[in-house]
Design a protein around this ligand. Structure first.
Ligand SMILES: C[S@@+](CC[C@H](N)C(=O)[O-])C[C@H]1O[C@@H](n2cnc3c(N)ncnc32)[C@H](O)[C@@H]1O
Length: 306
């Protein structure tokens, strides 16, 4: 059986220890985290509830976000292997047009925990979303990438992207005239433009807040060793699990909502079968041309936008 679901923590943990490839837990993530041994997870990648009143949230209070994180983050550090990573994906807490960056609180809590180091504050940018009238429209969120210990797993070669100027050459010094770029591609940097999962995205399910598989895929490839264990305590539709399976890693996910857990299980079984719809992280962003009717400027639109 490729995907096992448990509603009790003990059998879920046992399945994982027995080498289960994909183990799901239905319930509050803290109930399983408490049962996980120290140093057992290679990579946690997750997007927690932002406490902004989404259908799966019980609170609209930033204080609750902080209080929950003060409990969960030290435990996540405890279960992370030496050399392992934690990727915490968050956006903004917005009430009455007042924005508070959630990663500020995540960082403040993590900075007090011994042995963890922030490596990057990755900006995830995307082109679409709500159009604000009282503020600039939000088009980015963050991933804080932490490591446990200094000797951490980082496979840069697995996430290199195409060089912008592959024909560039050294213009002085002993290598003058020789090609200067890495033939395997360049470091993707800490600003990642990956389309968010809106209505017509190939990965869209009934979950209201999916992050794209491609976003998780980069983290899995770079920060988790082959066959390592990826954990998502707030799994939702299991985009992180799909990324883990497609890249030969094991996956442990927790989700308290049974409807989302069922959805996640379907996607994970499709991932094992090689039939899950997903947009690879290396797929270029679509640039519309004048052949696309919706990209043509109507007569009465200002020419400056052409
Ligand atoms: C922002 S969504 C995650 C979406 C996910 N990254 C995806 O791509 O589908 C947060 C999820 O956490 C779940 N959740 C909230 N509190 C939880 C808890 N204490 N334990 C487990 N799951 C929880 C919610 O039901 C929701 O599905």
């Amino acid at each position: 059986m490729k995907v096992q679901t448990h509603s009790l923590a003990t059998p879920a943990v046992r399945s994982l220890e027995d080498g289960g490839r994909t183990v799901l837990f239905i319930g509050d993530c803290m109930d399983i985290i408490r049962h996980l041994p120290d140093n057992s997870i290679d990579l946690t990648i997750t997007s927690p509830p932002y406490c902004i009143g989404k259908e799966y949230e019980t609170s609209k209070s930033a204080d609750d976000f902080v209080a929950d994180h003060e409990i969960v983050l030290p435990e996540i550090v405890r279960i992370t292997r030496e050399g392992g990573s934690i990727c915490w994906q968050v956006g903004y807490h917005v009430t009455d047009q007042t924005a508070a960056p959630l990663d500020y609180w995540v960082y403040s809590i993590m900075a007090k925990i011994k042995g963890v180091t922030l490596r990057n504050r990755i900006v995830w940018s995307f082109g679409h979303g709500l159009h604000s009238t009282a503020r600039l429209s939000g088009r980015h969120e963050m991933i804080l990438w932490f490591t446990k210990g200094q000797n951490y797993h980082f496979d840069l070669d697995s996430i290199r992207v195409a060089q912008k100027y592959p024909g560039k050459r050294h213009y002085k010094g002993p290598k003058k005239g020789e090609l200067s770029g890495n033939p395997n591609g360049k470091n993707p940097g800490d600003v990642w433009e990956i389309p968010n999962v809106k209505g017509n995205h190939i990965e869209k399910t009934d979950h209201p807040c999916q992050f794209p598989v491609g976003l998780a895929e980069r983290c899995v490839r770079a920060f988790c060793p082959a066959d390592g264990i990826v954990f998502d305590p707030y799994m939702g539709s299991a985009s992180s699990g799909v990324a883990a399976i497609l890249n030969g890693r094991r996956f442990l996910g927790a989700e308290k909502n049974e409807k989302y857990e069922a959805l996640a299980r379907t996607r994970l079984m499709q991932a094992h079968a090689g039939t899950v719809p997903f947009r690879p992280s290396e797929q270029p962003i679509y640039v519309p041309t004048s052949r696309d009717a919706v990209a043509r400027r109507p007569e009465h639109f200002r020419e400056v936008f052409q």
